[in-house]
Design a protein around this ligand. Structure first.
Ligand SMILES: Cc1ncc(COP(=O)(O)O)c(C=O)c1O
Length: 361
């Protein structure tokens, strides 16, 4: 059956049982499927990945005046929850191998800004970061690494699925992700008590009293049983989607072999879900704007890579710690583009994208 078939069956079931609420069998089974797939001991299904990041920070007690280190090259949703908590982000540069947080820059940040309450690493476009180095630095300096695996469901680092590598892992099922519930996310937790606390905070922090009693501030962050039905259906096709995404990357790699682009590389011990195929145009060659315009002319949508957080006007006052003399994240942004990678694209579609891109060289 296609993903759509499974989804509709689970949604119909929710209607038939009249569980159109933020709880029910689909939510429980979706969480169980996430744990089964990632190996994480606990999963809490939420309304978004942003909510999951916010809850992870709250569970760590992040509050006004605290500092949180955050990967610089990412979507703003990684950094915004730091500000929701009243804390201050310090942005950490990328390294050139995986394009994710640089262990060297992280270590420098510990020296320059002290030990933060938490560090948030991202697996950019699904590509696993240098987790061993980052985890051992965080352990050595006595802080917690949070894994923003919003783009990386289905990726694996040293045999362990992304999202399950740290005390807290964050997933997103937003419209454009490898699986989508139209909107949604999950917090993966190693510890059962922390998962219980996350669930309580996500459901308005009710205390176990016969009446509505509240001792802490709660949130309305739970995923609905309908959306969870979609997720439950999509979990059944996740492995196929990863396979197709990886095929799409490989096709682009072969078709673009004779032009000097640098595609995002996996670390030797990592497998990316290749959520997006991202590449760098050559130094001094066509600029991303030029390539994107040429593709747009052919009715093909390509995008710039994420613009680093330290270059965003909204974070203009936040400190940034570079990996090298000039920022690696700035270089990646200045030369990077993301190509269309929907799993419904045919090999001919991919061929047309590659041909059009080659025409700018
Ligand atoms: C790296 C990253 N972090 C966090 C998020 C936030 O997830 P959501 O859109 O589900 O809130 C996204 C995607 O939107 C993302 O790409």
């Amino acid at each position: 059956m296609s993903a759509e078939g499974y989804e509709l069956a689970y949604i119909r079931d929710a209607f038939e049982k009249n569980w159109i609420a933020p709880l029910g069998e689909n939510v429980n089974e979706f969480e169980a499927a996430l744990c089964g797939f990632t190996g994480a001991p606990h999963a809490v299904a939420l309304s978004s990945g942003t909510a999951a990041l916010h809850l992870a920070l709250l569970l760590l007690g992040v509050g006004a005046g605290d500092t949180v280190f955050c990967q610089d090259l990412t979507f703003a949703a990684t950094a915004n929850p730091i500000v929701y908590c009243g804390a201050k982000p310090v942005f950490i540069d990328s390294e050139e191998d995986s394009w994710n947080m640089s262990p060297a820059a992280l270590e420098r940040a510990f020296h320059e800004y002290g030990v933060p309450k938490a560090v948030i690493v991202v697996h950019l476009y699904g590509n696993p970061a240098k987790m061993e180095e980052l985890l051992s630095l965080c352990t050595r300096y006595g802080t917690v690494l949070i894994e923003d695996a919003a783009e990386a469901l289905g990726s694996v680092y040293r045999g362990i699925p992304c999202g399950a590598l740290c005390r807290f892992g964050v997933l997103s099922f937003n419209g454009n992700k490898i699986i989508t519930t139209s909107g949604g996310g999950a917090l993966l937790c190693g510890d059962g008590e922390e998962a219980k606390h996350a669930l309580k905070l996500a459901t308005q922090a009710r205390e176990p009293f016969p009446w509505y009693e509240h001792e802490e501030i709660g949130y309305n962050y739970r995923l609905s049983n309908i959306a969870a039905g979609i997720g439950r259906g999509q979990m059944r096709v996740l492995a196929d989607r990863v396979e197709r995404k990886r095929e799409i990357y490989e096709l682009y790699r072969q078709l673009l072999q004779d032009v000097p682009v640098l595609m995002q590389q996996e670390l030797p011990d990592a497998v990316s879900n290749r959520w997006l195929t991202a590449l760098l145009l050559p130094k001094g060659g066509p600029a991303p704007d030029e390539a994107i315009a040429a593709l747009r002319k052919a009715d093909i949508e390509a995008r710039h890579m994420w613009k680093p957080m330290h270059m965003q006007p909204v974070f203009a006052n936040a400190p940034f710690v570079g990996a090298e003399e000039s920022a690696v994240s700035e270089m990646l942004f200045s030369r990077g583009i993301c190509l269309p990678g929907d799993t419904k694209l045919t090999n001919d579609d991919i061929g047309r994208v590659a041909e059009t891109l080659k025409s700018v060289f």
